[in-house]
Design a protein around this ligand. Structure first.
Ligand SMILES: NC(=O)c1ccc[n+]([C@@H]2O[C@H](COP(=O)([O-])OP(=O)(O)OC[C@H]3O[C@@H](n4cnc5c(N)ncnc54)[C@H](O)[C@@H]3O)[C@@H](O)[C@H]2O)c1
Length: 245
């Protein structure tokens, strides 16, 4: 097991990609705090079935007081934080001409400010430990753009710039900061797309197939492990070849 006795936080772990990440980290031995605005009991029960400890914390990651309180609870239970996965994210799509200010703010608040707040809250314990992993789930949309997603693309591109800057701030303390950029992954977020939208997306994917939450979880687990000790400030695309740098 690559993550025995590590403590990991997964935001948005109640379902979808976040749930797959939480389960995969637990399979590798980590204890997991699942932080979500929804109930995370199902994820926690599945982690406990794997024989690992887990904590369900109801947190709206856009509120600093809730984020700080969650990290305090995790520290009082386990005394350390080794891995933070900033996974929680939302979409509020629409062409820019018609986008409401509230739709812009909501997406930037969850996808970017939430990652800022959680990263800041775990940084002190990680600096004390002189060890840590911060992994944020960006998107290929942050690299290539997508009509109707200016808010989402800005938030995900922002997450990549944020991670590179933080990576430089903390590299000397053996804390790595990386992003994983999924392409088109089967989840409730993409279930909302029409058949025509799904076909148009798949037509652009060289591998011609939709990705699975477990494909993203595998890369996150690698970045969280000692195998990725010397990798920081990077974005790894998990997209069937959609974006090739
Ligand atoms: N599904 C895809 O194709 C795809 C592609 C690229 C990137 N992503 C990214 O992967 C991540 C996970 O996506 P998913 O498809 O599993 O989405 P999802 O909608 O299934 O799950 C997102 C989770 O985040 C939680 N969440 C939302 N707002 C929150 C808040 N304010 N505080 C705490 N939790 C909150 C939700 O309750 C939910 O459990 C997101 O960041 C998304 O942008 C997804």
């Amino acid at each position: 097991m690559r993550l025995a006795n590590k403590v990991a936080i997964v935001t948005g772990g109640a379902r979808g990609i976040g749930q797959a990440i939480a389960l995969r980290l637990a399979e590798e031995g980590a204890q997991i705090a699942v932080c979500d605005v929804q109930h995370s009991e199902e994820t926690v029960a599945r982690i406990e079935e794997l024989g690992r400890a887990a904590l369900a914390l109801k947190v709206d990651i856009t509120h600093k007081s809730q984020v700080d309180h969650a990290v305090e609870m995790i520290m009082s239970k386990w005394g350390r934080v080794d891995i933070l996965v900033n996974n929680a994210g939302i979409t509020k799509d629409g062409l820019l001409l018609r986008m409401r200010e509230s739709e812009w703010d909501a997406v930037l608040d969850v996808n970017l400010k939430g990652a800022f707040l959680f990263s800041q809250a775990v940084l002190r314990p990680m600096l004390r430990q002189r060890q840590g992993r911060i992994i944020s789930i960006a998107s290929v949309v942050g690299l290539m753009g997508n009509p109707g997603q200016t808010n989402y693309a800005a938030s995900k591109a922002g997450l990549i710039g944020f991670s590179k800057s933080l990576a430089r701030e903390v590299a000397s303390r053996s804390i790595t900061v990386n992003c994983v950029a999924p392409g088109f992954i089967a989840s409730e977020m993409t279930d909302a797309l029409t058949q025509d939208q799904k076909k148009a997306l798949l037509d652009q994917v060289p591998m011609g197939d939709i990705g699975l939450p477990s494909d993203v979880a595998a890369v996150v687990t690698f970045l969280a492990s000692d195998d990725a000790r010397y990798i920081t400030g990077q974005t790894i695309n998990v997209d069937g070849g959609l974006v090739m740098d």
